[in-house]
Design a protein around this ligand. Structure first.
Ligand code: ATP
Ligand code: MG
Length: 209
């Protein structure tokens, strides 16, 4: 699905060759500062390589319109923004930004259920805990229903049990609906349990496993 060749980005990443498979669960692991976020930002065309190429479905990313790409490949940043306003506002904002049709309340509630967040749609988002905000942002991305989820540590603020439950549901969702999931995780346990394919980065290079 994604094919990276001879990629260099500043002195941060140096990747000779990697293919990220479609409709599979790919986990990106590696220590803090190794280049994981930089890699997924490259895949979402938020930044561009200094050298080398990235292909998505056989097409050079530079030839794909950024807005068009980001309708298909949706990224959840490591520190997603939560806007003041209600839970509903925060769920709908991804769809608004990408100019997709808005979802009905039952669909919004369904997304909240996917991330185990039992809050009303009319509740203000200000009082949510850090982990609740993280789950709200994940639900927002689920509603956007992209072909590819690019998630940067989507469960970093969660306890181990909640993390496992939510990632399990997310993985199931991706398997059921033929989605591709590329997820940065600090948890080797999560990676080993759920990944079809693991990319380990060390000092900007992919470690052969
Ligand atoms: N725009 C930039 N300019 C210069 N250096 C940068 C830039 N963005 C990131 N870096 C540096 O590149 C390295 C990799 O950063 P990156 O955010 O990709 O790491 P990471 O693997 O996601 O780490 P973490 O697990 O802490 O989130 C870090 O040393 C960081 O300081
Ligand atoms: Mg990071």
């Amino acid at each position: 699905m994604f094919q990276i060749n001879n990629l260099k980005y500043k002195s941060i990443l140096d990747i000779t060759n990697v293919r990220i498979p479609k409709n599979q669960i790919t986990c990106i692991i590696g220590e803090s500062g190794s280049g994981k976020t930089t890699l997924i930002r490259l895949l979402n065309k938020l930044i561009s390589p200094d050298e080398g190429t990235i292909l998505y479905e056989g097409t050079h990313l530079s030839k794909i319109d950024s807005v068009e790409l980001r309708r298909k490949v949706v990224m959840l940043p490591q520190a997603p923004a939560i806007y003041s306003g209600t839970v509903r506002d925060n769920l709908l904002i991804g769809l608004r930004f990408s100019e997709k049709p808005l979802a009905s309340d039952p669909n919004l509630l369904n997304a909240l259920q996917m991330v185990n967040l039992q809050k009303s749609l009319d509740q203000s988002s200000d009082k949510l805990s850090g982990g609740e905000k993280q789950r709200l942002a994940l639900a927002r991305v689920l509603l956007m229903d992209p072909e590819v989820f690019l998630l940067d540590e989507p469960s970093s603020a969660l306890d181990e049990e909640t993390e496992e439950t939510i990632i399990m549901k997310l993985v199931e969702h991706c398997k059921n609906y033929n989605k591709s999931l590329i997820m940065v995780t600090h948890s080797k346990k999560i990676a080993n349990q759920f990944a079809d394919f693991i990319i380990e980065i060390k000092n900007g290079k992919i470690v052969n496993r």
